[in-house]
Write a protein that binds this ligand. Sequence first.
Ligand code: NAD
Length: 515
Amino acid sequence: MTHGTSPSTGELEARIARARTALAPFAAGPLGHLVDGRVLPGAGALFENRSPVDGSLLGMVRDATPDEVAQAAEAARRAFRTWRLVPGAERRRLLHRVADLIEARADEIALVECMDTGQAWRFMSKAALRGAENFRFFADRAPDAANGLSLPTDTHLNYTVRQPIGPVAVVTPWNTPFMLSTWKIAPALAAGCTVVHKPAEWSPLSAWLLAGIMREAGVPDGVVNLVNGIGDTAGKALTEHPAIRATAFIGESRTGGLVMAQGAPTLKRVHLELGGKNPVIVFDDADLDRALDAVVFMIYSLNGERCTSSSRLLVQASIHDRFVARLADRVRRLKVGHPLDPATEVGPLIHPRHCDKVLSYARIARDEGATIAVGGGRSTAPGISPQGNYVEPTLYTQARGAMRIAQEEIFGPVLTVVPFADEAEAIELANGVAYGLAGYLWTGDVGRANRVSLALDAGMIWVNSENVRHLPTPFGGMKASGIGRDGGDYSFDFYMETKNVALALGTHGIQRLGV
Ligand code: NAD
């Protein structure tokens, strides 16, 4: 720490210096692809990757051509022949080795991720470790992934086994790219599938680190391939390629529909984790202090760029004014800043285009007759770069359920508050959107907690809690929020085929035709 600086400033400077070192390789030359264990420089168009922190150029990236995507898919197809036969215990060992290396390089991963995505260090340092946890969790399940059911009858023994579906495409978004790619790649490898991963064009860096770690851990060539590129070109080519048997996709609902259509001619299985407009419902009998902490955390953490964020607060009219006043006070105090600053709670948004989208909702809120209680504009917090994508944490109040600010996924640090009178109205409002990913509810009444949980159209409900993940539990959404579930055994249902084997005891009569 230099003289006259706060501990926070000293730590920030140290992290910026470490980030510079971690980012240097990406500035050295265009980022290409990794196919069959080799770096493929690529011949496709170049695009820029700029940091959300200050708009600086982090490096150039190649958009994979259809031919390069095909090379990656073919490499995955070839590698599948042997990888599927690798014993579960060996896959477990390799995946634990990947987890070890992620842990050893967690600092570097988090630094790169913060500078590439704008997410604050306080969250990204944990996300890197969660990536390691994802590998460990599925590593331990690899040996038993094939186990099925025994379904005997008087004449036959029936048993089921699960076998890996084949090469899979993993297509990931930019909000927490490292963690989300491990969440897909780890179960795919544990199941015995091979992978072609396409990270989001706005945040390609940590995928490269992960691919390098997997090679270093000894994952054989061709088992995990990486293609960079734009969604409409590289992403489309990958999700259409006939060698790919299934696509694990995380992204916007509209793109999910495209991925389904692109995979339809080759009958690919798809798993879609899509957008959300998740409600947090606060009843007047709730523990309001804990509810307030959770409400603030679940929309202003991770810049609000989080599929499970509770971006709609439904609050009972009887406590509305008091609760919203306390909420507004907390939102005003949120610390916007450089993502590597230990004090930062909200960092810059991923891209100028996304920033403009998020900011455009202030005009929409005003036109719709809602109140902009806090924020709504660009942030002018001290110490931030004017070239960065910083927005003010924003709170819209006095909204109604039908307004666009209460219907559309804004995907920023923006919360819309809608009052409700009673349980029935809360449920109607909560379900009155296209999405159905998560729902959060706060009440002291056990009966109500259960009634509302069962009535909400959402794949995941948290009662008196923020989003706390337990990896064996199912993760996924209903309606426009997606198709399929991840987590625990649910992941293997996607990455594996179930086969039934019927073994006769030799005692049953067989119809004799043509005798
Ligand atoms: P996006 O749909 O724009 O892009 C996601 C990925 O799809 C990127 O890699 C992109 O290049 C690729 N892509 C785009 N068009 C494609 C096409 N035609 N074919 C194949 N691939 C294509 O999403 P985004 O803006 O990167 O991410 C934000 C969205 O992701 C939000 O809607 C958010 O809610 C959602 N998300 C959902 C979850 C979940 O678990 N449900 C988790 C994180 C993010």
